[in-house]
Ligand binder design. Sequence first.
Ligand code: NAD
Ligand code: UDP
Ligand code: UDP
Length: 343
Amino acid sequence: MKEAHRKRILVTGGAGFLGSHLCERLVMQGHDVLCIDNFYTGTKDNIAHLFDCANFELMRHDVTFPLYVEVDEIYNLACPASPVHYQHDPVQTTKTSVHGAINMLGLAKRVGARIFQASTSEVYGDARVHPQTEDYWGHVNPIGPRSCYDEGKRCAETLFMDYRRQHGLSIKIARIFNTYGPRMHPSDGRVVSNFMMQALAGEPITIYGEGLQTRSFCYVDDMIDAFIRLMNSPEDVTGPINLGNPHELSMLDIAKRIVALTGSSSALIFKPLPLDDPYHRRPDISRALDALDWHPVTSLDEGLQRTARYFQQLVQQRDSRAAGSDSALTHQAEALRRSIVAD
Ligand code: NAD
Ligand code: UDP
Ligand code: UDP
């Protein structure tokens, strides 16, 4: 890459599912990438393959604290994303969204960097407009178990818009709809990871409610394309802009597909629906099509197959690690026993 095109790019939450794919893509493009993460839900394993790249750097840092670095662009992804994770410590979730946004916006303001916010379809809540368009203001419970995430992300959007209006910042807000793929956390409780892990283990597939609620799933590679297009779009394209795959299906449908493609013998079982679980969700992506010339290209079957291969490898690695550590422990125990006997 020519020096003039090479940028210093900060990715917050870069050791997470989406962040690790984004870091990888930016490193491959030749940019200098600074990944920061507090490893709350992310892991070094997700980015270990980048450690040998001279243009990749990792820093342990929590975005709720100020950060003084010199960069040209900031992708602000830091925030636990699955309901199980973000509800585990809801106060920290709101702090991460709100204090994290203030700190990253303050940094962008000081160094004149363009800044991208990973917002979410959750800002629409249990939507009364379907499919969801960006001008819909949403139907969100401000005091429920999902509110720490939903309201935190809504407040972050407000801050982004106000830093633009008040301080003239260059901002990009992406409203990300459900995204799946390799490096999802196997126990994050999200539907794709749960169903995959259950199917591979031959355990019952847990459908919440009657399984008639819908979501629209986008494959991670398509989503990363959209992030980079949005970041590089003209100054007046600020968003919020919906990013996702409009292919909508019920949880019952996706359970059946995952069982079929993994060749699993798992049965489907029904569990109570969590409180405030949105009934349906599908993005209207006309804006992304117009402004970014973007639409997803990976079919659900292809994406699920690639994801299943990842989870299969993960399970195999864990099994062999467990077997390895068992045998290491056995050796240690045996050495200890011998030394005691010798004494
Ligand atoms: P993830 O949990 O895998 O990644 C989040 C990363 O942020 C993790 O590495 C975590 O350790 C880190 N993090 C959390 N709190 C932090 C803090 N205070 N300081 C520094 N790092 C912190 O989730 P993901 O799916 O990769 O989501 C990334 C972003 O995209 C999130 O902001 C999420 O809200 C948004 N998003 C994701 C989806 C999706 O379907 N994956 C949908 C909508 C929005
Ligand atoms: N900040 C940061 N890095 C910087 C500049 C600012 O982390 O390089 C944080 C700092 O905590 C500050 C916040 O961003 O409080 C908001 O900055 P801003 O300049 O908007 O407002 P301030 O609070 O400094 O008046
Ligand atoms: N879900 C389910 N079984 C599971 C996990 C999730 O039926 O084991 C449902 C959940 O109730 C929701 C949908 O799948 O209706 C998507 O859940 P996820 O947590 O993946 O994302 P979100 O609700 O944030 O869209």
